[in-house]
Design a protein around this ligand. Sequence first.
Ligand SMILES: CC(C)(COP(=O)(O)OP(=O)(O)OC[C@H]1O[C@@H](n2cnc3c(N)ncnc32)[C@H](O)[C@@H]1OP(=O)(O)O)[C@@H](O)C(=O)NCCC(=O)NCCS
Length: 358
Amino acid sequence: MLYTNSIITGTGSYIPTEIVTNPDFSQNKFYDLNSIPFDISHDEISEKFVAITGISERRYVTRDLHASDIATIAARKAIEDAAIDPEELDQIIVAHDFGDVTKGTIQTDTLPSLSARVKHNLGIVNPKCVAYDLIFGCPGWIQGMIHADSFIKNGIAKKCLVIGTETLSRVIDIHDRDSMIYSDGAGATIIEAREENRQRGILSFATESYTKEEAFYLYLGKSNSPDADPYIRYIKMFGRKIYEFSLKYVPGVIKECLEKASLDIHDVHKILIHQANEKMDQEIVKRLFRLYGIREVPKEIMPLSIQKLGNNSVATVPTLLDLVIKEEFQGHTIKDGDIILFASVGAGMNINAVAYRY
Ligand SMILES: CC(C)(COP(=O)(O)OP(=O)(O)OC[C@H]1O[C@@H](n2cnc3c(N)ncnc32)[C@H](O)[C@@H]1OP(=O)(O)O)[C@@H](O)C(=O)NCCC(=O)NCCS
């Protein structure tokens, strides 16, 4: 029997060059949501921040770069890695949240779309190469992979470029402690159709959207500073609610994904989960294992980049994949036959997971 498999044949990423440490935020005056200044020192805020998120550093792009530029850099690397002719691409899917934002403007620019800009930057002229953007919060890159897989399995596409790119440093409120969570980056993958006599590549996926009060857990809102212009809006979130929501629902979506592929948790070699918060990710995976009656999470199953790269939304998972595949991440490796789980949660609120056999 022949299977149409969706196979990742190339990966690439762009890790911005500007390293921003927690002490770098000590110049920023932090206020709570009611514009009341915190009466504790920056050192205390920073200590608590590391304890609850695990983040000690993050990366920002330099002034000259936008989300579409770093997407293009990551895409070029993925194309080179896959050794394909970019003119043969059928789909370019770019996941992001805010489009291109020029430093200092807090203005989203999605005209033209980032995918159109990336296709232009890559010099692709083939009109049959369809370029579109995907707004799905942090799970956007995984959702793009699900789109690509669906196109491939339905015979609509043979080669797709899926990118997650974001410059959250351009939309943060510097007077909000949560601004320390966010960062910039881009990750890209080439995913291709292969007719093979064993099933591999994307085996299954699961997705859920919760849009009652959850729709506004992440939103654009005014600065916490009492002196700021109330009409200028920044990324804001109800972090504790997101935390609780994620622990409640994400493990179930991952389990559903595994079941669709008739896999057990013991089959899983690595879990590449959205890097939102170290403590939260560890708790999600712990609860996932508990669903299978297992109390000990295997060491090394979950690579974590959040400590040094922060949360760059759609870019966290493809960047981590690129680093692990190229054996550039803390000794983590993936070999042929390994089952990898991709999972994410974010604005929408959306949750998704993909099971993949290398
Ligand atoms: C925002 C978040 C870091 C807050 O952590 P938390 O453990 O839920 O924090 P709580 O609101 O319960 O507050 C616990 C303590 O940390 C402090 N705190 C909260 N946010 C903080 C921050 N960003 N920096 C420093 N301290 C913070 C609180 O003041 C409180 O201090 P106290 O114990 O002295 O009273 C966490 O909820 C989170 O990461 N949520 C998920 C966010 C997410 O995934 N967002 C993006 C989706 S892609």
